[in-house]
Write a protein that binds this ligand. Structure first.
Ligand SMILES: [Zn+2]
Length: 309
């Protein structure tokens, strides 16, 4: 079954600094893993830049303009906060990262492919409407969701986030909008400190925090007993995945104990829900994951499941 892989070399030119965990080598590791023979059937394409209008469905115009105006000289960086840092190539990388989600939605909603994976950076789920945060500049997943609604008439979009950090930005973008369902498993306590069970939005937000040390069994149980039933009750017209792989046991930024098989399992579950409600339409966007080998293995397990589903 056809699966689209979108990326762009510009996403390698976002360089937040030598010792920054969100480094270009992350994307190189993912793309190298997806070069294996078993992924030969992926349809590969370059991610376009998102347009200003597409970004402004989520972010205020002044915010979009301010981010795109940041262009330090080659070799220099500018910190927007302690860990969200822009380099010369960051603005284009951010446009391509958001544009990948838009193009993936177009391809899936037009029926050109069943599913799509966007191997892009910077990630997006910490970016709030008006605040860059946690390595993120634009809310890639919500830009994609809004595009599905506006350009393709999809009524209800679900965003499922299994990154080890809570997607405070995604949540902030959709908290007052019952047409978008946002659900997340994440470690708590951990950055950014949001994502309590009590944060329910208008009933369209579901947070299931997991304690440090939780393993794949706890993770699978959270999805099976809580999120997947709520997702089915929402009856999504499109499934968007915020695919962060930093809940892996080897990740240096968190303390959950998942293995790559757990990501493959959840991907299959989400594809099954998409099959039931929306013709199998799934768009997945890379978020975190900071141990290069674990990231590569986990992303491969994720895309393998997208191909198999
Ligand atoms: Zn993360």
């Amino acid at each position: 079954m056809s699966v689209l892989l979108l990326s762009h070399r510009a996403c390698l030119l976002h360089e937040p600094g030598e010792h920054h965990p969100e480094c270009p080598d992350r994307l190189r590791a993912v793309l190298r893993a997806l070069d294996a023979e078993e992924f030969a059937d992926l349809i590969r394409d370059e991610a376009p830049e998102a347009t200003i209008a597409q970004l402004c469905r989520v972010h205020p115009r002044h915010y979009v303009d301010a981010i795109l105006a940041v262009r330090p000289p080659e070799g220099e960086t500018l910190g927007l906060d302690g860990d969200t840092i822009m380099s010369h190539g960051s603005a284009e990388a951010a446009l391509r990262a958001a544009g990948a989600g838009v193009a993936a939605v177009d391809a899936v909603c037009r029926g050109e492919v069943r599913r799509a994976f966007c191997a892009v950076r910077p990630p997006g789920h910490h970016a709030e409407p008006g605040i860059p945060m946690g390595f993120c500049l634009f809310s890639n997943a919500v830009v994609a969701a809004r595009h599905a609604q506006h350009a393709h008439g999809v009524m209800r979009v679900a965003i499922l986030d299994f990154d080890v950090h809570h997607g405070n930005g995604t949540q902030a973008c959709v908290v007052d909008d019952p047409t978008i369902f946002y659900a997340s498993t994440h470690q708590s306590p951990l950055y950014p400190g949001t994502g309590a069970r009590s944060e329910r939005g208008l009933g369209n937000v579901l947070n299931v925090p997991l304690p440090p040390g939780a393993d794949g069994n706890a993770f699978r149980d959270a999805w099976l007993s809580e999120i997947l039933p709520a997702l089915a009750a929402f009856e999504p017209g499109l499934v968007i995945i915020s695919a962060g792989f930093d809940a892996h046991a080897r990740d240096p930024l968190a303390q959950l104990r998942l293995r790559e098989a757990d990501f493959g399992w959840l991907t299959e579950q989400l594809c099954a829900v998409a099959e039931r409600f929306c013709g199998g339409r799934v768009v997945s966007l890379l978020e975190g994951g900071y141990d290069l080998e674990a990231l590569a293995l986990s992303a491969a397990a994720h895309v393998r499941a997208l191909l198999r589903a």
